[in-house]
Ligand binder design. Structure first.
Ligand SMILES: Nc1ncnc2c1ncn2[C@@H]1O[C@H](COP(=O)(O)OP(=O)(O)OP(=O)(O)O)[C@@H](O)[C@H]1O
Ligand SMILES: [Mg+2]
Length: 117
């Protein structure tokens, strides 16, 4: 998946530790997979963000798919409507420093995560 490579490259450029690189790449991979599998495909954006002396990576995943009716349920470990493990969203949240999920039925899905160095 091209997103994994692009996120890895940004993380390396920012001087992320190997562990932190893997965390953000894994989160990106799960969210990209959701965009494709559940959202019917969409768009991923990678931004370098600065807060004072801190730098980080912000990732945005957007699709115009079916959307999610119950956000709390979707965030629960083990909840999947597609026979998956149901660990993608919750895992991505745990692997990130910031996590924002916006979705509604028929309105698509937007997930923004950030990880700071
Ligand atoms: N982009 C999306 N569009 C619509 N529904 C979504 C989207 N992302 C997640 N969901 C819903 O949230 C549920 C939970 O997502 P999550 O990634 O945690 O599990 P999963 O994709 O089903 O399994 P996996 O553990 O393999 O990721 C999905 O089964 C799906 O119903
Ligand atoms: Mg998933």
């Amino acid at each position: 998946m091209i997103v994994r490579q692009a996120v890895r490259q940004r993380a390396v450029e920012l001087g992320f530790s190997l562990v932190d690189q893997t965390k953000i790449v894994t989160a990106a991979s799960e969210l990209a997979r959701n965009t494709i599998l559940h959202g019917g495909g969409g768009k991923a954006t990678i931004d370098v963000v600065v807060n004072g002396t801190r730098r980080g990576i912000r990732l945005t995943f957007e699709d115009d798919g079916v959307g999610i009716a119950d956000l709390n349920l979707a965030m629960k470990d083990g909840y999947s409507t597609a026979g998956g493990l149901g660990l993608g969203l919750s895992g991505a949240r745990r692997l990130s420093n910031e996590f924002d999920l916006q979705s509604a039925p028929g309105k698509g899905t937007r997930v923004v995560i950030a990880r700071w160095k």
